[in-house]
Design a protein around this ligand. Sequence first.
Ligand code: FES
Length: 160
Amino acid sequence: MSDSNLQSALSNPQNLGEMADADAVGTVGSPDCGDMVRMWLKYKDKDGKKVIDKASFQSFGCQTAIAVASLATELIRGKTKEEALLMSAEELSAPLGPLPPMKIHCGQMVEGALKAALEAEQGTSSAPMSAPTHLGPTLADSLNAAGKTAGKIKIVLQTS
Ligand code: FES
């Protein structure tokens, strides 16, 4: 991982915080470390296409997740939902360089929160909170494998 890129992402995280007028929000928690990332998305129309106008995030605890989420909110701007859904954790964290093995799940958690928010937007604005059915496969698998009764796993999909 490049220290200078990580440092600048950490010392000046972009798009940090709740978005009051968001179109969608997705939250994913990690069974490995108990951290959580929540991501908000706002769309706009551009040349007849619906694209991501802006994104923001909150993350609790982990600096790598904060750095990747900060980069992700910048990288997905202007993309359609379909384009953003194709982005992998590796792509989202690419500016940081390869993540050390212990930190790979941090990027996957950001990818999961992004996908949760992208999927959540399919619902209506008044849709009730529902159990996630299609988070990123790696993360969903690991969450399922860990068992939801463990007590520290929390996944919430919401539509605003
Ligand atoms: Fe778990 Fe980074 S999100 S250590």
